[in-house]
Design a protein around this ligand. Structure first.
Ligand code: 8DG
Length: 274
């Protein structure tokens, strides 16, 4: 398959650029140059998400195959549209984050196909790469100043503690991880400890970050940490329900969109890969 690649240096930490890439509007903006419109993209990309793509009246599906701390990948599959794959890899450098974008597409084959690749395919691919570089830089700059909402991934006996939200209306009923906004001057870990005490009445010891930073609407992003339950039995106080969930129940829960991005990392936490 023909392939084009471009590299951009973005002046932001890797985790900020990784978060920017998860914004579904960024993907939509990147491939607009192909004439592909994405419908119902949802707010954030997660592995397995199938976004409806269309070129004029012709429709296909854009399948997200990777969305984590190393970058994202999505491919246009199904329908009569030609196969198209967009992969973005991230590399940490001393001077910022190196963003390596590549696009691959199916060639119609034969001498006319090769001509079409040179005349049309490459031009469109370059448009995508240019639009993407600009969109990634702009979104990363905005997210660099984002306020953080922390979440706690607490595991006991192979089960993860999930919490069902009671408010506000737009997220009520959805499942999330215990946590909340980091207050001015507070560290992320201190916020995890405070929120778990306030919401669940327990003491926790926060550990490493789990999965990528996930952009929330507006100027917030979600950052989740592993946490050990040190004292107390979690009980719902702020929200209507807490539940211990096993690996087999994880995918079936009605998670908030941002938390859905973290499902592969939560699966690894419950059943670490061999
Ligand atoms: N705590 C938490 N919030 C999440 C998660 N996923 C997600 O989208 N959010 C959103 C829901 C809310 O809009 C926002 C966090 O608000 P919050 O209400 O928990 O924060 P808070 O405790 O500091 O605020 P408040 O109760 O005083 O209003 O982040 C998650 O896993 N945990």
């Amino acid at each position: 398959m023909p392939e084009l690649r471009a590299t951009t240096l973005v002046d932001a930490p890797l985790r900020t650029v990784a978060a920017a890439l998860l914004d579904a509007r960024l993907l939509a903006r990147s491939i607009r140059g192909l004439g592909v419109r994405i419908g119902s993209a949802g707010p954030v990309l997660h592995v397995g998400a199938e976004l409806a793509g269309a070129v004029g009246p012709v429709t296909g599906t854009l399948l997200v195959t990777r969305a984590d701390t190393t970058g994202v990948a999505a491919e246009l599959v199904g329908g009569p549209l030609p196969r198209f794959v967009l992969v973005t890899d991230l590399l940490h450098t001393g001077g910022g984050t190196m963003v390596v974008d590549s696009v691959e597409w199916t060639s119609p084959g034969g001498p006319f196909g090769r001509l079409a690749d040179v005349v049309v395919g490459r031009g469109l691919a370059l448009k995508v790469l240019q639009a993407r570089a600009q969109a990634v830089s702009e979104r990363s700059r905005l997210l660099a100043d984002a306020k953080v909402v922390v979440g706690a991934a607490i595991v006991r006996d192979g089960l993860l503690l999930a919490q069902r939200r009671g408010y506000p209306a737009e997220v009520a009923g959805g499942w999330e991880l215990p946590g909340g906004r980091v207050e001015p001057g507070e560290s992320d870990h201190a916020a995890v400890v405070r929120e778990c005490e306030e919401e669940l009445g327990v003491a926790v010891v926060p550990g490493d970050q789990l999965g990528p930073d996930v952009p929330l609407g507006g100027d917030h992003l979600l950052r989740v940490f592993r946490a050990e339950l040190a004292r107390g039995e979690p009980r719902a106080s702020d929200h209507p329900e807490v539940r211990w969930v096993g690996a087999s129940e994880l995918d079936g829960l009605d998670w908030l969109p941002a938390d859905r991005v973290l499902l592969p990392a939560l699966h690894d936490l419950l059943a670490p890969p061999a």
